[in-house]
Write a protein that binds this ligand. Structure first.
Ligand code: ATP
Length: 256
C-alpha cells in the first residue's frame, strides 16, 4: 500500500561543530501536498533539504522516503528513488539551450550520448527518442516551448527559475524540493510562480516542499506549513493557523 506520508523526518538533529542547525525536527509531508517550510535566515531550512537529498547524513534521527530510510545513502541513489531539488542560487547549464538543460536531466540520455557511434543499438535509439519526446512534452507543459533553442543564460530571470524547476521535473521525481524559488522576484513574477507550482502538482503528480520568504506565495499555495526558528520547530499548521499564531508572528512574520 502507498504510504500516506511520502516524506518523514523523525526527530532529526544536525550539528555542525558547536552549531545545532536542526534540533529534534519531526515533519510528516502528506503525499500530493504542497508543504511550506519558513523561518528567519539561518533557521535551518536548507540544512533539512541537504539531509533529505543526502548531501549530509543526520547527526541523529531518520529521514524516511516512502517509508524507507534514506539518510546515509549517496545523493544519486536518493535522486534515483524520486527526489529532485532546486537551489537557492540558480544553477543552470548557462551555455546550453533550454531544451538541452532538460535533456541532461533525463539520465538515460546522457549514457546514450556517450555511447553514440560505439554501441548504438535499436534499443538505445528508441530510448533516446522516448527521452526527447518526454522533454518536448515537458517544454509544452512548463510553457517554455518558444524558448527551446535559447541559451539558458539569455532567459529572463523568472524563466530561468521556471527552467530550473522543469529540469528537476525531467528526472521524473515523486517529490520535488524548491529552495527559495521566488527569491528576487517581483509580485507579478511570484504570482506566476505560485500558479506554476500549483499546475505542476496537478500535471506532474508530484509532492512539493517549498522554502520561501515570500509569504504571499507560501500562504497562497501551501496546504501545510512548518515554521523553524534557530533550528527548532516553532509551529506547524495550515496557512491561517500559522498566520494567526502569536509565537510565529513575534519570531518571524512580524519582523520581516
Ligand atoms: P537561509 O534562509 O539564510 O538560507 P536557512 O534557514 O536555510 O537560512 P541553513 O542554511 O540551513 O539556514 O543554516 C542553518 C545554520 O547551520 C546556520 O547557522 C549555518 O551557518 C549552519 N550551517 C549550515 N551548513 C553548514 C555547514 N556545512 N557547516 C557549518 N555550519 C553550517
Amino acid at each position: 500500500a502507498q504510504q500516506e506520508y511520502i516524506l518523514q523526518l523523525q526527530n532529526v538533529v544536525k550539528r555542525f561543530g558547536g552549531i545545532t542547525a536542526s534540533n529534534d525536527i519531526t515533519i510528516n509531508v502528506p503525499r500530493g501536498s504542497i508543504y511550506g517550510i519558513i523561518g528567519p535566515n539561518g533557521a535551518g531550512k536548507t540544512t533539512l533539504f541537504n539531509m533529505i537529498t543526502g548531501v549530509y547524513d543526520t547527526t541523529e534521527g531518520k529521514v524516511l522516503f516512502e517509508g524507507q530510510q534514506v539518510n546515509g545513502l549517496p545523493t544519486h541513489v536518493i535522486a534515483a528513488r524520486g527526489i529532485a531539488r532546486t537551489f537557492q542560487n540558480i544553477r543552470l547549464f548557462g551555455d546550453l539551450s533550454v531544451y538541452d538543460n532538460l535533456l541532461t536531466a533525463c539520465q538515460k540520455n546522457i549514457t546514450y550520448g556517450l555511447l553514440d557511434g560505439i554501441l548504438r543499438t535499436e534499443k538505445c535509439r528508441s530510448q533516446e527518442r522516448e527521452s526527447r519526446e518526454f522533454c518536448d512534452r515537458l517544454l509544452e507543459e512548463v510553457g517554455l516551448s518558444d524558448q527551446r533553442q535559447q541559451r539558458a543564460n539569455n532567459l529572463p530571470y523568472g524563466m530561468q527559475r521556471r527552467l530550473e524547476i522543469a529540469r528537476a521535473l525531467a528526472t521524473r521525481p515523486k517529490l520535488i524540493l524548491l529552495d527559495e524559488p521566488a527569491a528576487g522576484m517581483n509580485e507579478e513574477e511570484s504570482d506566476k510562480l505560485s500558479e506554476f507550482i500549483r499546475e505542476i502538482r496537478e500535471k506532474k503528480d508530484v509532492t512539493v516542499v517549498i522554502i520561501d520568504h515570500h509569504m504571499d506565495v507560501i500562504m497562497a499555495i501551501c496546504d501545510q506549513i512548518s515554521v523553524l526558528n534557530f533550528g527548532t520547530l516553532l509551529a506547524e499548521g495550515k496557512p491561517d493557523e500559522i498566520q494567526n499564531n502569536p509565537e510565529v508572528i513575534s519570531a518571524y512574520l512580524g519582523v520581516d
